[in-house]
Design a protein. Structure first.
Length: 525
């Protein structure tokens, strides 16, 4: 997985490491992973236990690892608190007017009990009674949208978020929630429009009352930067994230305890943007700024901030690896792995996946510097962790296991341990075939990569018939992918066809070689 810029609501977010050299950001919050018997679940401070139980039931229906579950749970808890506060506000308004607030109280009670479908039906009734009152109807649409979102039915929530925003466009809660939902559903043009309107409003408010509204302004800039990064509008993303970071620095100077964590996240995201656009010196400086802040925070509160520090170190290590500064990459990854080992000793379910990812990154550095014994040890430990995780949750962890196996196979191939390389590649290919059968769009490219590796191995060991079969399968996958998305896959197709052409030449099948090489040249154009 690669880094993704965080989408933030309310304030900025924290970082967590992922499998590859860079990280994805996830929203920090009140939820944390715990062990319950043989199950890995989340617990959320401030949320009634029956509602948390329902959350865990819903999360179990999704193919997520524990880190992803925790990120989803934190977003869920944010929505839960939001709709609960809105219900409390509505109840107080109705009671102050001497009207009957029984329906609103019922919806709130059902929310606390985790009875989300029943709570949603109460909002259906509220909308019928409040349709003539635009203000109350906007709150009802927002509440019903929030309950749909709590059920992870965001596509059904969107029309209600849109109605709430349409009725009360000046309500920043409605604008924030609507823009976030649009962004999650990848409706980027509408999300940009809502965020731009919200940004304009928050600029005006911050000009009138900086202390009260500059944090919200920074949040909107960060969300807009995230959107622009997702849509590869890098100049706009940089402008938004840079401004958010400037505000974050000012806020952190006034109140370090409250705003330095948010500043570190913004710097991580900005560093990732610089990395993506190959501005490596700026990326390094920005990542190091985030790491410095997180070191200080982790020294004060290790439990809260050491995971974030490991995430930033992984980003920095990935940058150094990409720019062939291997000693520095090794130091960053080893420090991250050391932190994650300690965290995993305390909470294996939460942090062993992160440790496996960092070990994989470290193995790549050792492989790049021809320290093959150390690379093998790192890859094998990473694969061992992923095997155990995949045994407990195949859907979440088998893809990561195939990455480790593929790397291990390549290492064995480089060191001429061909039988072990074949075993690793074949296991990876077998898993990827199953994954691709279930989700072709996500996993067929990975399958083609492993088949190409397997073909090269068979070619190196003069098993030409098997090499031809593997290359032809890989080329077949890449042909289909390149037909759908030429820019992304035609070079992979050309590379595989060239491999097949070289194989045919080794087999003295020159006419076949010429035909395939001609196709490779056409694909590479």
């Amino acid at each position: 997985m690669r880094r993704g810029v965080a989408c933030l609501l309310g304030m900025f977010a924290g970082a967590t490491p992922a499998v590859a050299a860079e990280v994805e950001q996830s929203t920090a919050g009140p939820c944390s992973p715990i062990q319950s018997g043989n199950n890995n679940v989340v617990n959320c401070n401030g949320v009634p236990q029956r509602a948390v139980d329902r959350l865990n039931e819903l999360l179990d229906l999704k193919d997520l690892d524990l880190k992803q579950k925790t990120a989803e749970a934190n977003e869920w808890a944010r929505r839960y608190f939001e709709v609960n506060a809105q219900l409390e506000e509505t109840k107080n308004q109705i009671t102050a007017k001497g009207e009957d607030a029984t329906l609103v109280q019922t919806a709130q009670d059902l929310l606390h009990e985790g009875k989300l479908e029943e709570a949603r039906k109460i909002f259906d009734r509220l909308l019928q009674s409040d349709e003539a009152n635009v203000g109350r109807a906007a709150q009802d649409f927002f509440g019903r949208a929030s309950v749909f979102a709590l059920q992870f039915r965001l596509d059904e929530a969107l029309p209600d978020y849109a109605k709430a925003y349409q009725y009360r466009p000046d309500d920043q809660r409605f604008a924030d929630a609507y823009a976030n939902a649009l962004q999650q559903q990848r409706d980027y043009p509408k999300a940009e429009s809502v965020l731009q309107e919200l940004l304009s409003r928050r600029r005006d408010l911050a000009a009138q009352n900086p202390a009260a509204y500059r944090p919200d302004l920074a949040t909107t800039l960060s969300n807009l930067g995230s959107l622009y990064d997702d849509t590869h509008h890098f100049a706009e993303a940089e402008a938004a994230l840079t401004e958010a970071a400037d505000i974050g620095r000012e806020l952190a100077a006034q109140n370090p305890a409250a705003y330095r964590p948010d500043l570190a996240t913004t710097l991580d995201n900005l560093g990732g943007l610089y990395d993506d656009t190959h501005r490596f010196a700026e990326a390094e400086a920005t990542y190091k700024g985030a790491a410095d802040i997180r070191r200080e925070l982790a020294a004060q509160n290790p439990a809260a901030y050491r995971p974030d520090l490991a995430g930033t170190l992984n980003n920095l290590g990935g940058l150094y690896d990409d720019t062939h500064r291997f000693a520095e990459a090794e130091a960053a990854f080893k420090e991250a792995a050391g932190i994650e080992r300690e965290l995993a000793a305390q909470n294996p379910a939460a942090y062993r996946p992160d440790l496996a990812g960092t070990l994989n990154n470290l193995g790549n550095v050792y492989d790049d510097t021809h320290r093959f014994a150390e690379a093998e040890a790192a890859f094998k430990e990473a694969a061992g962790i992923e095997r155990e995780l995949a045994a407990q949750n195949p859907a979440a962890y088998r893809p990561d296991l195939t990455t480790m196996l593929n790397n291990l196979g390549a290492l064995y191939d480089d060191t001429h341990r061909f039988a072990e390389a074949e075993a690793a590649f074949k296991e990876a290919a077998g898993i990827r075939r199953e994954l691709a059968a279930q989700n072709p769009a996500a996993y067929r490219p990975d399958l083609a990569t492993t088949l190409n590796n397997l073909g090269a191995l068979y070619g190196d060991t003069h098993r030409f018939a098997e090499a031809e079969a593997a290359f032809k399968q890989a080329a077949g996958v890449y042909r289909e992918l390149a037909a759908q998305n030429p820019a992304a896959y035609r070079h992979d197709l050309a590379r595989t066809l060239n491999n097949l052409g070289a194989l045919y030449r080794d087999m003295h099948r020159y006419s076949d070689a010429k035909a395939i090489e001609a196709e490779a040249r056409a694909a590479a154009k």
